[in-house]
Design a protein around this ligand. Structure first.
Ligand SMILES: [Zn+2]
Length: 210
């Protein structure tokens, strides 16, 4: 039998939301969004007497982390928006060591304005900047880069030039301007077909819609 994610129950061949565990999933997302740590959530569940999906008294931090990145919850238990907010938050917090609260050594250059903006619509991971031997710069889903098809089914690697052109046209600016990008774009979703969906910061949404 296929793996059934926590929060769902299988009847015949279909998955259904299991109300009680689904509430636990929502509580975990809610607590994380409100700044609780993975360890804090483990303690919370323990105090509430909520056993782990495998029936243990205590959940583990990796189990919580995995649950927070499970895209199966989108639309059924967690809204699209809340799910992606948590993925962005996870990305930011993964640079901070939870035990010491110190910044970890950064593994990837983060000074590029597009880092942390490009998000995979398939799995919610950030896109990563890759320089090909030819010198061409492309962006690919980090899950895809690290785990191949198992990590993410999303195919597109998109050239940086294409991304920049698309943004300039959409924002109606003559040239690439990091300050404008930084102040106006919240995140950019990259879809299966390589199309981009730009999510503007609140202030900008207002300006662009009128
Ligand atoms: Zn992906």
């Amino acid at each position: 039998m296929a793996y059934i994610p926590y929060g769902f129950v299988q009847k015949q061949d279909d998955l259904f939301v299991d109300p009680k565990p689904a509430e636990v999933v929502q509580a975990i997302f809610h607590r994380y969004s409100n700044g609780d740590s993975l360890g804090g959530i483990v303690d919370f569940l323990f105090v509430q007497g909520i056993p782990s999906p495998t029936g243990q008294e205590r959940w583990t931090r990796p189990a919580i982390s995995k649950l927070l990145s499970n895209s199966k919850y989108i639309g059924y238990i967690i809204s699209f928006e809340d799910y992606f907010a948590v993925q962005v938050d996870k990305g930011n917090r993964s640079n901070i060591d939870e035990d010491t609260n110190q910044r970890k050594a950064t593994r990837y250059s983060s000074h590029n304005v597009l880092s942390g903006l490009l998000v995979c619509a398939e799995c919610g991971a950030y896109y990563r900047r890759i320089t090909r031997p030819s010198g061409e710069v492309v962006w690919r889903c980090a899950n895809k880069v690290e785990h191949g098809k198992k990590g993410c089914k999303n195919e597109p690697s998109i050239s940086e030039t294409t991304i920049k052109e698309h943004i300039c046209i959409t924002l109606n600016i003559a040239g690439w301007d990091e300050e404008v990008i930084r102040s106006s774009i919240e995140r950019i979703l990259i879809r299966h077909d390589g199309s981009l969906e730009i999510d503007y910061k609140h202030e900008m949404r207002h300006i662009l819609e009128y």
